[in-house]
Design a protein around this ligand. Structure first.
Ligand SMILES: Nc1ncnc2c1ncn2[C@@H]1O[C@H](COP(=O)(O)OP(=O)(O)OP(=O)(O)O)[C@@H](O)[C@H]1O
Ligand SMILES: [Mg+2]
Length: 309
């Protein structure tokens, strides 16, 4: 991971400090399995530098942005870079103190605490990934206030107060605009430094495509990245909604093409059909056709493509 950061152009000084952090807080053998081995790598030097610096300073991070801007990928990558075990907690409307911190449970005739993910993470110096934090009710998150601010404690009624391990950090993600999301209240937001996640750059997208699909021909990696930018521009200009601006959908479409589905149909499944408005679908089709030929086979797109499917 550190080599990757270097390739991304992250400042050597920051990488050096990450190394110091890792040396100071090596992952315990028993928790090794919780240190992520990322499936995807996050591309974007500036965001890397901001996020790492904030975590080195002991801050908690809130990653805010539209769908598929790599919030979870970055959160997971950060735990991997710092070499820390991670706990993934998905927030939902009924998330409460018991789900986060723990509950009383009977064991051998005695009441004991069954530790929740935040509790475990706090004790073990983990990286807690608080996913879609704005799905939960703000009132139920008040139990995290002391954990997330300078007090760095968990105080559960009936149990000893514990102090967070020095290596513990929290990284929350949120996406405004999804159905069911709420505004995060100011008290909670003030406990994080906030990164506004940008859309992936064309250069980053080419790297992502080439890593995912090593056989993808360069010209098509460029064209697909360009297509994504075209859709992005139309969204920014208000001509399209954000429905067809879907990086996951684009990756899925390229995968379907690799499996032999004709290009236009693959893009229909991955991008065009995300929109349910006929006019908008037509617009997306037009954008696709200005970039790509009418009929695309796997052989056109991939060096190992098979046109016979
Ligand atoms: N800057 C980026 N670098 C690498 N991959 C990216 C980047 N932006 C988006 N992606 C890709 O987009 C996909 C979705 O990423 P991820 O699940 O992290 O998004 P998200 O922001 O958490 O989305 P959501 O809000 O829908 O949960 C992944 O395949 C990821 O590789
Ligand atoms: Mg996500």
């Amino acid at each position: 991971m550190l080599d990757f950061l270097q390739d991304e152009g992250v400042s050597p000084k920051i990488i050096e400090e990450v190394k110091c952090f890792r040396a100071r807080y090596p992952a315990e053998e028993t928790l090794r399995h919780r240190v992520p081995e990322p499936r995807y790598l996050y591309y974007g030097r500036e965001i890397w530098e901001e996020a790492i610096t904030a975590l080195l300073c002991g801050q908690n991070l809130l990653l805010v942005g539209p769908k598929a801007t790599g919030k979870n990928v970055l959160a997971e990558n950060l735990a991997a870079v710092f070499g820390r075990p991670s706990w993934d907690v998905s927030f939902y409307i009924n998330t409460d103190a018991a789900t986060l911190l723990g509950t009383d449970t009977f064991r051998d005739g005695e009441v004991s605490l069954r530790k929740g993910p935040i509790y475990q993470c706090a004790e073990c110096g983990g990286f807690g990934i608080l996913d879609e934090i704005n799905m939960a009710k703000n009132e139920s998150l008040a139990v995290l206030h002391a954990t997330l601010d300078f007090r760095r404690t968990i105080d559960m009624p009936g149990y000893d107060r514990i102090r967070l391990n020095e290596a513990t950090r929290f990284i929350a993600t949120m996406n405004y605009g999804y159905a069911g999301t709420r505004e995060l209240n100011e008290a909670l937001a003030s406990r994080f430094v906030v990164i506004d996640m940008p859309a992936i750059t064309a250069e980053g997208l080419v790297k992502l495509l080439k890593r995912e699909f090593p056989a993808l021909r360069d010209a098509y990696a460029q064209q697909f990245a360009g297509l994504f930018q075209d859709i992005q521009k139309k969204c920014d200009g208000g001509e399209l909604s954000t429905k067809p601006l879907d990086l996951r959908g684009l990756l899925a479409a390229v995968q379907l093409m690799h499996a032999g589905l004709e290009g236009g149909r693959a893009l229909e499944l991955g991008l065009v059909n995300k929109s349910f408005d006929d006019f908008e679908r037509q617009l997306v089709e037009d954008v696709i056709h200005t970039r790509l030929p009418e009929h695309l086979t796997a052989e056109d797109v991939f060096a190992d493509g098979n046109s016979g499917q």
